[in-house]
Write a protein that binds this ligand. Sequence first.
Ligand code: PMP
Length: 424
Amino acid sequence: MTAHTQEQLFERSKKLVPGGVHSPVRSFKNLHTTPRFIEKAEGAFLTDVDGKNYIDFCMSFGPLILGHKDPKVHEELEAALSRGWSYGACEPYSLELAEYLLERLPFVDQLRFVNSGTEAVMTALRLARGATGRDKILKFDGCYHGHMDSMLIQAGSGLAGEADASSAGVPKGVSQDTLIVELGDIEAVKECFKREGKDIACIVIEPLPANNGLMPQDVKFLKALREICNQYGALLIFDEVISGFRVAFGGMAEKTGITPDIVTYGKVIGGGLPVGALAAKSKIMNHLAPVGLVYQAGTLSANPLAMVGGLANVRQCTPELYENLRNQTKKIVNIFRKWLDEFSQGQYKEYKIVQEESLFWFVPGQEPKNIKQMPKNLAQNFHALFQELLERGIYLSPNAYEIGFVSRAHDDELLKELERRLWN
Ligand code: PMP
């Protein structure tokens, strides 16, 4: 392959697909370089079509907590492939995954599998509306909950940094039912409920906001949301698509001891296969069809291949794994910290690194706790850091607002390689 392969592939792709990509952040927009086309991946490494390899800190944006191509998941998937990969009928594999999860998530007693995080939140919102008979939803500025209309209002992820962090094509009729409040501002939440409490079906929040960088919240704030929901008969939805099975097996619900009414999962639950889920107590879940009147369905839901892959993945998510990931991430943050201080007489010195368990984020200046505090120079500055690391064979999530993910494959040997690449 020639040195121009990446550019050629990108040009070819742009003719076929808007912007050449199937998900916006992959386009490397504003990063002043061509997206790398990845041919294969193993452990902590991505290899592009030119044969250059990268230490991966994006890890498919979170699902691959064990690293790429984990041998056990691989083995189970191969066995599953030989049995066929979609039945559109009842099968035993989703039961095994559901039982494994529900035994370990004491705050819920039923779940339903879907194909993505977006689907999980979309259904959770409909369920909350169906269960309460109310239309309005309260969401926080900068939290991303997937790409359905009602959540594309002051969102994050690939939308972070866009003009009004929103999207064309969202009808007024939909957006007027989404109320937006600043993260951490409990007084504003109370005001909303005083004004419109009888119409608010739910509060939806990323209990660990991770789509506009990483903005850990005060547990007192999350507890206050729980209390307000109780007071007004609204439901509390924890969107744990990133934090679920990531910051602890039971995500932020387990870590904080706060019981949400509905939880949404994605990413790690499928270990890189398309799985999402929503979970709640039976009393709420019974509103879903075919038992209740809230409709939801999916041609490929609980696909046997995805269920087997998901189970092989979460079975390896032990307390030891989480402890190990936290320690490795601390070491990685320290390595990056040292490099940021030393490199080019501290060209990147102003960067801080926020860490929460196996998640980390580079931010210039003060760590923000809400969107208002987001550094103005964040996106403009990021491309230099991103490119510098990319050239050294280190792949960050390709957007200033997306966070870094550490996996089991980021072991001590890998850390030595990281140091070698940084100081080479
Ligand atoms: N909720 C959260 C908190 C997310 O981080 C994401 C994706 N990054 C979603 C929902 C949407 O998930 P998906 O991309 O699988 O549709």
